[in-house]
Ligand binder design. Structure first.
Ligand code: HEM
Length: 140
């Protein structure tokens, strides 16, 4: 898979891997309706706040954008931030790049439950042995 941008005529075409590399407060791209917008400088000015934009980055934000019911002037503003299009032929990338990153807490949670299962796997035979010995002891 190539991560370099390609030019289609004068338009810049990005793949989803490239999109996913611009997901921070200092470098934030949005994908809306197949078009890529660099909203880094708009974060502080967005009337809906910067958090929603940062949350919508790295994936297809079309639904989120439409759901808010943005005014026509908001839609007209989009062109100010337009940087290119998304390469729709590489749709498979979506599965890889649009998966939300696990938070540290989620990873911690997963690790905790794995530890619990491992402990149980170790303790289960001991419990059975203990029960069997208990039964033998009371039979005498
Ligand atoms: C380049 C992309 C965007 C632009 C230019 C933009 C622009 C605006 C503007 C001008 C407003 C003021 C209300 C209006 O005129 O409709 C607004 C409000 C808002 N936007 Fe965006 N927006 C963008 C992306 C998004 C995205 C992706 C989300 C959600 C994930 C979002 C969520 C909101 C919310 C929650 C409000 C506040 C609505 C309210 O309280 O009335 N916006 N936006």
């Amino acid at each position: 898979m190539t991560t370099t941008s390609e030019m289609a005529g004068n338009r810049k075409v990005f793949n989803l891997l490239e999109l996913s590399q611009h997901r921070s407060r200092h470098d934030c791209w949005l994908l809306i309706d197949g078009k890529v917008y660099d909203v880094t400088d708009f974060l502080k000015d967005h009337p809906g706040g910067d958090d929603v934009l940062l949350f919508a980055t790295g994936k297809d934000a079309t639904h989120e954008f439409e759901e808010v019911g943005h005014s026509s002037s908001a839609k007209a503003m989009l062109s100010e931030f337009y940087v290119g299009d998304i390469d729709s032929t590489k749709a498979n990338d979506i599965a890889i790049t649009a998966t939300p990153k696990q938070t540290t807490e989620q990873i911690q949670d997963n690790n905790n439950s794995e530890l619990l299962i491992k402990r149980f796997q170790f303790l289960a035979p001991l419990l059975i042995l203990g029960l069997a010995l208990g039964v033998l002891f009371y039979q005498d």
